[in-house]
Design a protein around this ligand. Structure first.
Ligand SMILES: O=c1ccn([C@@H]2O[C@H](COP(=O)(O)O)[C@@H](O)[C@H]2O)c(=O)[nH]1
Length: 271
């Protein structure tokens, strides 16, 4: 199944637009996992198992694994998700961007090594750096557009051709020229609902990956109202730390499940 079909299926079967982010920080792990040789895998596996019923997908952020020399644990985790939660798309958050020959290797890393359904990429170096990902025509390519951090405005608000801010120019480029096979999605931060609405208006029903609720404080009702598509779905609204570390005590699994369920419900209440 291609990425967008898998995502549409996940939205429908889970009745959820919540994407659970995996940013595993061993210093914040519960006592029972301290010193465990595969602590990152075990922590993430438990989080996936308890939150899967409330999620439309899982987004591991690769830096949290590679910084800890835990790429093997990420590989094992992706295999585990495909085997035990086959309907859940995996979005590898890697924000790659490099010349074509190197991009080919990044694409193999994401889609072959980690078996990701989609990967995040930067548009900064242009179309020839995105093409190697698009060549994997069953996979998703999620392009940074209006990021959730304050400093995103430094570049993304610069006025490009015909006075359009750069983030909207990126949205238009992806919608009109790069998305020939329906594989693309855009990253738009929940911390900027006005820009979410402008991007939605520009790109029609293209899926949006929306980080920035939870720990970054984005408002769920305004995010949903701004980004919902014509079918009443269209968003992967990510929350990582607010779910992963909902409790540092023995009840960490239950607390993560509750945080995921409550977030899913808050998103649905605004649809
Ligand atoms: O614009 C962006 C793009 C990606 N991210 C990533 O999403 C999560 C957010 O984590 P929280 O704990 O929910 O704040 C993290 O992996 C970021 O690298 C983003 O925040 N903003």
């Amino acid at each position: 199944m291609i990425f967008t079909q898998k995502l549409e299926h996940a939205w429908a079967t889970s009745n959820s637009m919540l994407m659970v982010g995996l940013d595993p920080d061993p210093q914040r792990f519960p006592a029972e996992l301290q010193g465990h040789p595969n602590a990152i895998f075990e922590f993430c596996r438990a989080i996936v198992d308890v939150t899967a019923p409330y999620a439309c997908g899982i987004k591991p952020q690769i830096a949290y694994f590679s910084a800890m020399r835990a790429e093997d644990q990420l590989e094992a985790l992706c295999e585990y998700i495909h085997e035990h939660h086959p309907g859940l798309p995996i979005v590898l958050d890697a924000k790659r961007g490099d010349i074509g020959s190197t991009a080919e290797q990044y694409a193999r890393e994401a889609y072959e090594r980690y078996q990701a359904d989609a990967v995040t990429v930067s548009p900064y170096m242009g179309f020839d750096t995105i093409q190697p990902y698009l060549a994997w025509n069953s996979k998703g390519v999620i392009v940074l557009c209006r990021t959730s951090n304050k400093g995103g405005s430094d570049l993304q608000f610069i006025e490009s051709k015909d006075d359009t801010p750069l983030y909207l120019h990126v949205a238009g480029l992806v919608a009109d020229h790069w998305n020939t096979n329906g594989q693309c999605a855009l990253v738009v931060g929940a911390t900027f609902p006005e820009e979410i609405a402008r991007v939605r208006e520009r790109v029609g029903d293209m899926p949006l990956l929306v980080p920035g609720i939870g720990a970054q404080g984005g408002d769920i009702p305004s995010t949903v109202k701004a980004g919902i598509d014509s079918k009443g779905t269209g968003m992967m609204i990510n929350s990582s730390r607010a779910i992963l570390y909902a409790s540092g005590g023995d009840d960490w699994r239950e607390a993560a499940a509750l945080a995921a369920r409550t977030t899913r419900d808050a998103i649905n209440a605004a649809r």
